[in-house]
Design a protein around this ligand. Sequence first.
Ligand code: TMP
Ligand code: ASP
Length: 263
Amino acid sequence: MNKGNKLYEGKAKIIYETKDKNLVIQHFKDDATAFNNLKKAKIEGKGVLNNRISEYILNNLSQSGIKTHLIKRLNMREQLIKKAEIFPIEFIVRNIATGSLTKRLGIPDGTNLEKPLLEYCYKNDELKDPLISKEHILSFGWATENELRYIDRSTLRINDILTGMFRAIGIKLVDFKIEYGKAWNEESGKKEIVLADEISPDTCRLWDAKTEKKLDKDRFRKDLGNIIQAYQEVARRLGIMPEETNISEVNFGKTIPIKFKKK
Ligand code: TMP
Ligand code: ASP
């Protein structure tokens, strides 16, 4: 699939046109940002890992009946996806209190939540993605009541599936952020809601089940080091990367040979 013009560049990804008006290419960059762009870095190899991890997770969700934008991975950094009109909402699910929840409400870090907590944030960099309520979404027409009902149900189901998937490899799914969009469905000849964007250690908090070691972007946010090693560990446990990889770790300068498993 030939890459056309750049349609959009975000903090960690670029979207390119294709010849098909309903399909675009999603390119994973190595750039990392935190705290709404206040902190920036290039983390060599991150894009490659997130591309693989997100492909694996979305394919798994798809097998469980979740509709996603992913058509197929094209290469180390790119995926062919359905072009989607993204809802301007970040859907966050929390199983364990940490991050902004603890700061906002003073809930002790690491508190197990009795049931998954669903939060909405308005996707707007200038406003720093503020927390919003369902009423804001309905009031400003960012999604309809039916769309929100469908997305909420899908989001909690995704949490169930991913919690089990990560538990099986000794990882606690602490929280995550997902996005949805409306994309054209060839078969039905209508637009439908699909899971969009990515699911990766950039968008989830993943703790080792035994040691509670952080295996996600908090290593960057909190300057904990070994960022790439943590992402590689997630990929290795998911079975999509063997013991050895060649992604050099900028912080540690360690380069190991790459061997991705064939599909
Ligand atoms: P928070 O505790 O900082 O609100 O983050 C909750 C979850 O959402 C966490 O898994 C990280 C993820 N997240 C993103 O993917 N993008 C963002 O811009 C933010 C703020 C959080
Ligand atoms: N992605 C957001 C940013 O760039 C926040 C985060 O992930 O912490 O700033």
